[in-house]
Design a protein around this ligand. Sequence first.
Ligand SMILES: NC(=O)c1ccc[n+]([C@@H]2O[C@H](COP(=O)([O-])OP(=O)(O)OC[C@H]3O[C@@H](n4cnc5c(N)ncnc54)[C@H](O)[C@@H]3O)[C@@H](O)[C@H]2O)c1
Length: 366
Amino acid sequence: MIETSELKTTGMGIFNQLAELEHEQVVFCHDKATGLKAIVAIHNTVLGPAVGGTRMWNYASEEDALNDALRLSRGMTFKSAIAGLNIGGGKAVIIGDAKKIKNEVLMRRFGKFVHGLGGRYWTAEDVNMSTRDMEYIRMETPYVTGVPESMGGGGDPSPVTAFGVFMGMKATAKKVYGSDSLKGKKVAVQGAGHVATYLMEHLSKEGAKIFVCDFHEEKLKHAADSFGATVVPVDDIYDLDVDIYSPCALGATINDDTIGRLKCAMIAGGANNQLAEELKHGRKLIEKGILYAPDFLINGGGITNVYYEQIGNYNREVVYQQTERIYETTLRVFDLAEKKGITPQESAMEIAINRINDIGKIKLSY
Ligand SMILES: NC(=O)c1ccc[n+]([C@@H]2O[C@H](COP(=O)([O-])OP(=O)(O)OC[C@H]3O[C@@H](n4cnc5c(N)ncnc54)[C@H](O)[C@@H]3O)[C@@H](O)[C@H]2O)c1
């Protein structure tokens, strides 16, 4: 039975962390020849095999990498559950600088580790991973999604993720402003990567005014040239006088340091685990009068894309139809939160957890 618990994991022993966040299994993968260091975290398999992307990042410490894997995999459980998918939550992280050490051999060695899990965990793209990397992993295991369309896969899930975020953003605007039009709304987009770029395309078509930051000059240039985005320094993104803050880079950007700086009326973005501490920072946002669209709810388009590929029944139209429902679910989450006097994050988690626990009554774990 899953229960709601505060997402706070640092400074505990590993098994205490697993108990706190209710993980089923964590696998540490090491290979001397390739230098591979990876962690696969399987959070919950009640609804089906654990599915979630692999992130490659040059973590400051191994503890940070583990913490990321634990937080991200738990988020995947709730994300798939609230999206109505029959898969559980998992995530993998590879430790290291992708620019320096990522190559075919490393990816294929990682694929062998994924294969060893026998289908309990299926991987896909996440930060610093591409469809090409998924092809390499596919050479060693069938338990991978996000492979190119030419190989029978669903391709890069980012456009679908961005569409879902856009739907969630519009629903949140409807709640805040009484209209879901984003025309003329000032949106601060943090990050100019895959998801952010597709999101900015929707926003610019809708007539929103975009502000964007990233570390990559060429991505920023593309955003400015293609969507008329105003480029701002990375550190200034929280201080902008905007209507909407859209975190589309890494997690935990809504925290003790940033909440006081935010001037927006709502937050809706694609990044995972945006709230550094779910309950505490979710409540702080309410006190500040900022409506927060839960990340794992509105960024569920990508996992929906992955799911249809995983069950071997990929159909882009169905994927987009299902992702469009994020609009309705977001409004339902806000209504439940209002009715119960809880944060949107809590109400979204309640809906996800109830589904897992209800389905858990009629089937054994995968
Ligand atoms: N790709 C998907 O389908 C998908 C699905 C669900 C969730 N997400 C989440 O969305 C986020 C973005 O994913 P992506 O696939 O677009 O990754 P990406 O690697 O393509 O883009 C991330 C971008 O963020 C930038 N960045 C990192 N730290 C930053 C900072 N402090 N300020 C500004 N920019 C910063 C990076 O330079 C990079 O350009 C991640 O949190 C990911 O987990 C992605």
